[in-house]
Design a protein. Structure first.
Length: 814
């Protein structure tokens, strides 16, 4: 008898073995999806992992229900990559599978209720049973959600089980398919009505139906000029109602036909068949990268902001696609894809595929299948999840803005770092990797120092455009001298006035969304807190609500204190919304817009904002860190950083490095044409060494200071970090569990175990959190360390009293 091991899309320890019936044996291959029973009643989609003859030792194998695919949808190299992700990031293969495949591929069964063929309605029935049987008269099957609404209650299975006992209904599991191809309907003249003879006869038959006759004639002229004609375009062209068209369809003069349309589209109007020429500096960098790739597979490419890195990427991409290779272009933010897609599609046409989380399930399925089949698109642009696509022949990976924190996935598992994972992915395909950035992470530059990566740089902006001047404004001094209006210093206001007068644009950066993070009573000091999390509610002025940024809880803005009833309440601190409001009041003639998570939720919201700003329909753009990431605006001459101190004072060992990166990147949005730009950074701590290093673009000094600190305090890149987060609704239980786990690991790792300790926000979504950190010295074997970590995890999960405690493991949690 043959067996298959499958990966279920669940956080399970191992793969599960099923019997492969003879009827399926010839068809099934590794990487195909099969429907398998799991648990008492559920049916899941699983991916075939191995095919063998070994019966499982510890349980009775079940038979598979069905084979879903005709050919594998997961490749051999994908499975290797999934194994590496699960092993390195200490998570389950099922968790990797769920992250990797579009959700439409992972169909789960749904409970469906149908009428029993021998149902006897003469027996005594309760009111609920009568309602349900009446509903089943109208519909052949009901979902559990339908039953809940019919009965008006959530607990329905006791009632359903009684009905099963009475032979009234049957409960089945049905696979719920999510993917639906996009079908469009078109019209054409039936072939029998196209000959000269048929036309004359039809016109005669329609002599009393003038409108139908006009539509019939109009169709001939439309078919001569258009590929496809739908109802809407015909109605508009012939100026008739739906009824006229329907009459012609009923007479078989017109026929309606369906076509499946690809959702992964390409706008042909943007295609430009023109060569991108490199400057002498760019050409030199291009040649250096090529030479580096002869000796090393990974090159760190450091090019100052606006140095023209993208043009070099395009030339490199061109080489690889000429060789028939696929190229993955990774970006940290979806916002960045908007401009880049336009540029790459203008050059490469329909060879570009885009893949990111703002796409619908159906769009993601189609993009996935294009990559798998190689039917469209050699160049894949995407955010971090695109590393899981089924590449057949990946030759080149670009990780743009490679220093960015957005490449790290935090929740749910797998908690992977897309930059590092992309390097492994490229290695599996024997490809090359280019890490592009203006401000490399300390880890990347350290890897250059130890000879792991090659290095290329571009030190000048394209066209010898001067880097913007960066000045620091001392907020303490300006407040003291009363030279502030709201959160705007006099210095910033004067420069904004001058910039707007010259017809140029302004970017204002504040790395906090909302209007104000704290609402406080001036009488008793009370601040409204989230009932589910240990944080204060943030005030959002646009919809007049107080909102929790951790769990989404919200209430209406309070006009009096919730504790003492006083009306003397005020907001403290500020976010992008408040800056937008103040900017509108200070510059009433300017068009001020905001770019943050709240204003870019829609699928095209990013693209619309960026397009409006590029076309100078917006004068002042206020935003969070998504503004800093590689966007290219030609008319921005002033950037204002509203308060740099929040970046410096963050409780994280990388806070200073990230502050330098962020401010340098934000500054890079200014003066990208011939005129030199200006950046004003407002701070209460103007003499801080990081701010001083930003003003002089002194990356080397920042690197040296930070790398020395990292070595001294045993942080990456010298030590590896593994973070354990324990969560429970029971405060005492999370304490007890974290103490047990820390004690276990301390016996093995000694003083390298830190904690357990509470994080800055103790409770999120009614779960108490506690953290443990293990620092792994460079001389320790990573495999051995992971073996002991896994051992601790298995022992912990075997303790029944800790079943209510969730344990998350995060490898490289930064």
């Amino acid at each position: 008898m043959r067996y298959i091991d499958v990966i279920l899309p669940l956080p399970l320890q191992d793969s599960f073995t099923y019997i492969l019936q003879d009827e399926f044996a010839e068809r099934v291959k590794v990487g195909m999806r099969v429907a398998v029973p799991f648990g008492k009643t559920k049916v899941y989609t699983a991916v075939v992992y191995k095919i063998h003859d070994n019966k499982p030792l510890h349980y009775e194998a079940k038979m598979i229900e069905d084979v879903i695919d005709e050919k594998p949808i997961v490749t051999h190299s994908q499975l290797q990559f999934f194994e590496w992700i699960a092993s390195y990031y200490l998570c389950r293969l099922g968790e990797v599978l769920r992250a990797a495949l579009p959700s439409a591929f992972l169909i789960e069964s749904e409970t469906v209720i149908t009428r029993h063929p021998d149902a006897n309605l003469e027996q005594d029935l309760t009111d609920e049973e009568v309602f349900l049987m009446d509903a089943l008269e109208m519909q052949s099957a009901l979902k559990t959600s339908d039953v809940m609404s019919i009965l008006g209650k959530k607990t329905i299975f006791p009632s359903l089980n009684k009905m099963v006992e009475k032979n009234l209904i049957m409960i089945n599991q049905e696979l719920n398919k999510q993917y639906k191809p996009k079908i469009l309907k078109y019209l054409r003249i039936h072939h029998q009505y196209k000959s000269q003879e048929a036309v004359e006869k039809t016109l005669e038959d329609l002599s009393n139906a003038t409108k139908q006759k006009e539509v019939y004639l109009k169709m001939f002229s439309l078919e001569a000029t258009q590929k496809r004609i739908n109802r809407k375009s015909l109605k508009k062209a012939a100026e008739v109602s739906d009824g006229v068209i329907k009459a012609l369809i009923d007479k078989d003069i017109l026929e309606e036909y369906e076509l499946r349309q690809d959702r992964v589209g390409f706008d042909e109007s943007i295609f430009e068949d023109k060569e991108i020429k490199l400057s002498s500096r760019q050409r030199q960098a291009f040649q250096d990268i090529e030479e580096n790739f002869e000796n090393k597979n990974i090159t760190l490419f450091q090019g100052v902001t606006s140095s023209g890195k993208t043009e070099i990427y395009i030339h490199l991409i061109e080489q690889y696609i000429k060789e028939g290779k696929q190229v993955l272009y990774l970006l940290p933010e979806i916002a960045l894809t908007t401009q880049l897609i336009t540029r790459l599609q203008a050059y490469f046409g329909d060879q570009v595929i885009v893949f990111h989380s703002k796409f619908s399930v159906n769009e993601r399925v189609e993009a996935y299948m294009h990559v798998l089949n190689g039917t469209k698109g050699k160049i894949i642009i995407g955010a971090r999840s695109s590393i899981f696509l089924p590449f057949q022949n990946l030759g080149f990976v670009i990780v743009d803005e490679s220093h960015e924190i957005s490449f790290k996935q935090y929740d749910p598992a797998p908690r992977y770092q897309a930059r590092d994972s992309a390097i492994v992915l490229s290695h599996l395909h024997q490809g090359k990797t280019l890490l592009g950035t203006a401000t490399p992470s300390l880890e990347s530059l350290y890897n250059v120092k130890i000879g792991k990566y090659a290095y290329t740089n571009l030190t000048k902006r394209y066209g010898d455009v001067l880097a913007p001047v960066i000045n620091i404004v001392d907020l303490q001094d300006r407040y003291k001298k009363k030279k502030m209006k709201g959160h705007f210093s006099e210095d910033l206001l004067l420069k904004m006035e001058e910039t707007l007068k010259n017809g140029e644009q302004v970017i204002l950066f504040q790395n906090r969304r909302g209007y104000s993070p704290i609402l406080e009573c001036n009488d008793c000091g009370h601040s409204p807190q989230c009932p589910n999390c240990d944080v204060s509610l943030t005030y959002h002025k646009n919809n007049n609500t107080l909102r929790c940024h951790y769990c989404g809880y919200h209430i209406a803005m309070q006009i009096k204190c919730m504790a003492c009833g006083s009306k003397d309440i005020t907001t403290k601190g500020f976010g992008t919304e408040q800056i937008e409001t103040e900017a509108k009041a200070l510059f009433p003639d300017a068009v001020v817009k905001r770019m943050d998570q709240d204003t870019t939720r829609g699928k095209t919201a990013y693209a619309d904002l960026i397009s409006d700003f590029e076309n100078k329909e917006i004068d002042v753009l206020v935003g969070t860190q998504m503004l800093s990431k590689g966007l290219d605006f030609r008319h921005v001459n002033l950037v204002g950083v509203m308060n740099a101190d929040s970046l410096l004072n963050f409780p994280d060992f990388r806070a200073h490095e990230r502050c330098f990166h962020l401010l340098t990147q934000v500054a890079g949005r200014a003066g990208r044409t011939k005129k030199q730009g200006l950046v004003l950074i407002q701070s209460y701590n103007p003499h801080h060494q990081i701010l001083q290093q930003v003003t002089t673009y002194d990356y080397k000094k920042m690197f040296q200071e930070q790398i020395n600190d990292r070595k001294h305090f045993k942080y990456p890149p010298y030590y590896r970090l593994v973070k354990f987060t324990l969560k429970s609704r029971d405060f005492n239980m999370v304490n007890e569990a974290s103490d047990w786990l820390a004690k276990f690991y301390r016996q093995i790792f000694k003083s390298q175990v830190l904690g357990p300790e509470f994080p800055p926000v103790l409770r999120i979504r009614n779960n108490y959190h506690k953290n443990i950190m293990i620092k792994i010295p460079p001389e320790h074997s990573l495999e051995k360390t992971k073996y002991y970590i896994k051992k601790g995890q298995d022992k912990f999960e075997a303790i029944s009293q800790f079943r209510s405690v969730r344990l998350n493991i995060d490898v490289d949690p930064y």
